[in-house]
Design a protein. Structure first.
Lengths: 247, 160
């Protein structure tokens, strides 16, 4: 009986050893692969912001292009903007490593996201996209409840610029009182000159296909990476960029 | 045995999907690292682990899946391998259910990039877990039956 018990103990010991060995090999392989030091690619000098009149940020000649499909009313998009895209813009975009392109992908489930995209696009046309993007994401919790985002747009721009943006919003369902758009159905309005660009972004997203927001994809040396959906932290994204830049 | 081999093959495919280079890239250490960092983004999107932990899991899990797949197919210590597989799949499934319940719209990451986490992926992974549980139970039952059929060593010695 004792011999049988020893025999069984030996088998359990061998099985456990094999399991431990497999775990150890997995850890070692991952560790060895990533143990090599990363050599940062030399940062290119930041070019003049030639894309001020669009929704892109950084130098067009940056080695990496990151395209983000987002919805101004989506909480994960706000999280991505505040925790990841802001540090990205301050670092890799500012240093000419990444060219960041924003694409609108307002989801039908969000009542005011289409209108928010219009405001942002109108601001982009006069070169103030970044300010409106920040104002909309920073105050998302408030305006997504009542749809009144106009005051945040107004607060983020100078009176002159706001007038220019408001003029571009003409025909987009803005009421005579100028407080709240008549149409907040999340649909393109007939006669709104801004909707063509939004619809173009949506069509591009559907072709990828984008199934949720935020979704992003990358291009490095002409090769596409992704798409991938959901929030990603700056630390993880930075590791990915560093890896691309060492290739 | 067939179920164990099927499960092993699925793990090999899952590991390959995570390790394979992105389209247009050849196999190289750099290409594998890039693929693993793409996978790290998917692990991170579950919002369950810290950034460093998500990175660590992404860098080791595909190799673990690869070795586990080979172990399952080899048939060595079947009880241990199937039990480990069941525990791993139960972990995956519970994380996926949690994410789905939270309403997070992310990629599954189960078989490489681009697969949206939804009802279909939950049904598929739930089925895999059910298969794994069945195989584990069978492996334990089989080993018990084999143990009963072998005469105990002391009795066998006495009978000589």
């Amino acid at each position: 009986m004792r011999q049988f018990s020893r025999y069984r103990d030996r088998r359990i010991f061998r099985a456990a050893s094999l399991a431990v060995l497999i775990v150890a090999i997995s850890l070692m392989t991952g560790g060895v692969l990533f143990a090599q030091t990363h050599h940062e690619a030399p940062a290119k000098a930041m070019q003049p912001a030639d894309e001020l009149a669009s929704k892109s940020m950084g130098s067009k000649s940056a080695p990496i292009t990151m395209e983000v499909f987002s919805d101004f009313e989506c909480p994960s998009c706000r999280m991505l903007y505040e925790q990841t895209l802001r540090p990205l813009m301050g670092d890799y975009v500012a240093n000419g490593k990444v060219y960041l392109v924003h694409h609108d992908f307002p989801l039908p489930m969000h009542k005011y996201s289409y209108e928010a995209a219009r405001w942002a696009d109108a601001a982009a046309r006069i070169g103030h996209y970044a300010e409106i993007e920040q104002a909309l994401f920073d105050n998302q919790a408030t305006w997504s409840a009542d749809g009144n985002m106009q005051k945040y747009v107004e607060g983020a721009l100078s009176p002159t610029d706001y007038k220019r943006v408001a003029k571009l919003m003409e025909g987009c369902g803005l009421s005579a009182a100028g407080v709240k758009p008549a149409s907040a159905s999340g649909q393109a309005a007939h006669g709104c000159s801004l909707d063509a660009a939004i619809e173009k972004d949506v069509a591009l997203g559907k072709a990828i296909p984008v199934e949720a927001t935020p979704t992003f994809r990358f291009t490095y040396k002409g090769k596409p990476y992704g798409p991938t959906a959901g929030f990603v932290s700056w630390q993880v994204l930075k590791q990915f960029f560093d890896q691309l830049l060492t290739q | 045995m067939a179920g164990r081999i099927v499960l092993g093959a699925i793990f090999l495919v899952a590991a390959y999907a995570k390790l394979r280079p992105q389209p247009g890239m050849g196999w190289s250490v750099g290409a594998i690292k890039t693929s693993l960092l793409m996978f790290a983004m998917q692990v991170d999107s579950y919002q369950l682990l810290s950034s460093s932990a998500a990175s660590f899991v992404a860098k080791t899990l595909p190799f673990f899946e690869l070795l586990l797949g080979l172990w399952l197919i080899s048939g060595l210590f079947a009880r241990a391998s199937t039990l480990l597989t069941t525990l791993l799949l139960a972990g995956f499934f519970s994380v996926m259910v949690r994410t789905y319940a939270m309403g997070l719209e992310i990629n599954c990451g189960c078989f490489g990039p681009g697969e949206h986490l939804g009802a279909k992926t939950l049904i598929r992974d739930g089925s895999l877990l059910a298969l794994s549980i069945a195989i584990t139970v069978l492996a334990f039952l089989r080993s018990r039956m084999v143990a009963r059929s072998i005469p105990e060593p002391e009795v066998a010695l006495q009978s000589r």
